[in-house]
Write a protein that binds this ligand. Structure first.
Ligand code: URA
Length: 182
């Protein structure tokens, strides 16, 4: 199977040098023919250590939700808006998101899933081109550039606010159904 670096060599080369940091870079990972793609914000420290998205605390929380709704992690594709961990894990900047966006678009085009699940406000606003609060954006799917986009909470948000757990699970069940129907 083609690896990430060769599949997206052109887009990787096009990311301006100042946004690229090999020592903090984490590529997208998963099946090239996945029916469900998850887009997070940016890798954390465990992701950088292991070179895989969503393998730290937020990833383990996500795994629990996936089990709950019957999505097999081995069947999906996981990636991030920004592929390099930011200093101090701060929020991604507009410039960083713009720099990495063509690569994300190429990943979505290549995998061409039935549904793109945006985890958290950054991924949701970016992929929907909206600026409103996530609580108002979620609860429905959107058709964007030939893809169905489903905005929902970031699994890490449940560490601070457990009241969103049922909503996140509901959203992921919708994603599971859309993936299964495709
Ligand atoms: N949070 C994210 O948004 N992405 C990861 O890969 C890990 C944690």
């Amino acid at each position: 199977m083609e690896d990430f670096e060769s599949a997206f060599a052109e887009q990787l080369r096009a990311v301006p040098e100042r946004f690229r940091d090999e020592s903090r870079f984490v590529p997208g990972a998963g099946r090239w023919d996945a029916a469900v793609v998850f887009v997070g914000e940016a890798p954390g420290s465990e992701e950088v250590e292991q070179g895989q998205p969503f393998v730290g605390p937020a990833g383990r929380r996500l795994d629990g939700f996936l089990d709950e709704v019957g999505i097999d992690r081995d069947d999906v594709y996981l990636t991030n808006l920004v592929k390099v961990r930011s200093p101090e894990n701060r929020d991604p900047t507009r410039e960083e998101m713009d720099a990495w966006r063509p690569l994300l678009d190429a990943e979505l085009e290549r995998v061409d899933p039935a549904v793109v699940v945006c985890l958290g406000a950054f991924a949701s606003r970016e992929l929907l081109g909206e600026s409103g609060p996530l609580s108002e954006l979620r609860g429905r799917t959107y058709e964007v550039d030939d893809h169905l986009v489903l905005p929902t909470f970031h699994p890490a948000a449940t560490f601070y606010d457990d009241s969103i757990t049922p909503m996140l699970e509901r959203d992921l069940r919708v994603a599971a159904d859309l993936g299964a129907d495709s």
